[in-house]
Design a protein around this ligand. Structure first.
Ligand SMILES: [Zn+2]
Length: 210
């Protein structure tokens, strides 16, 4: 019996395996073998693909000790780049967890907290920790974000305020998912894409010099 979380039922289901491939490691530097499994949810019939990895541990009979299966299709698990600072990442992970538990208003609040953590992370010497609005303003003034991202950030901040205070607003799934997606993308833009572009320019400069 194969245990995997169904995308539609949002519950862990035990099901029969329809197909399985023992994959050679994708990357020579990280030689982790993987077992890729195709199943159908026994309740709703949706196809699901799970991946188990083995980190070199073996069972007594010499077969790999596979880690718990992780669903990779539909909707892969949340993978956040480690260049996103820990405080920011933790808030995004919480926001994602809230989405999974259908706690949409709480999720909007946590996405807002991730945005707030950006300003605080980049301005650790402020006498008072930067609140979300002031933090965004500072990011814009320091040219960390451009005018469009600043506008997006302000709209997200207003939405977050409705979630954070007893405004009587309750959020729907689509809204909470959008707020999460925009917040994650702003974090990736600031901490990942910008660093990757600098690395690219650095390589280009070296290439020109050679
Ligand atoms: Zn299902």
């Amino acid at each position: 019996m194969y245990l995997i979380e169904c995308y539609r039922c949002e519950a862990v289901m035990g099901t029969e395996v329809s197909g399985e491939v023992l994959s050679e490691p994708l990357d020579e530097e990280i030689p982790v073998p993987a077992k890729v499994t195709l199943v159908a949810c026994p309740k709703c019939g949706v196809a699901l693909v799970g991946v188990e990895e083995s980190y070199g541990e073996c069972k007594e009979d010499g077969t790999p000790d596979w880690a718990e299966p992780v669903r990779v299709w539909p909707e892969p698990p949340l993978l956040l780049d480690l260049r996103i600072p820990r405080d920011v990442r933790m808030s995004l992970m919480e926001a994602h967890k809230c989405l999974k538990c259908k706690a949409y208003t709480a999720s909007v609040g946590m996405s807002g907290r991730a945005l707030e953590a950006i300003g605080r992370h980049l301005n650790p010497n402020e006498t008072k920790p930067l609140m979300l609005g002031a933090g965004l303003q500072k990011l814009y003034a320091d040219k960390v974000i451009d005018a469009r991202l600043y506008e997006w950030g302000k709209a997200l901040a207003q939405t977050r305020n409705l979630a954070a205070h007893a405004s009587g607003t309750h959020f729907r799934r689509e809204d909470a998912e959008d707020v999460f997606r925009f917040s994650t993308n702003i974090c990736e833009y600031i901490f990942v894409l910008s660093a990757q572009f600098e690395e690219f320019m650095e390589r280009r400069k070296k290439g020109v010099q050679q």
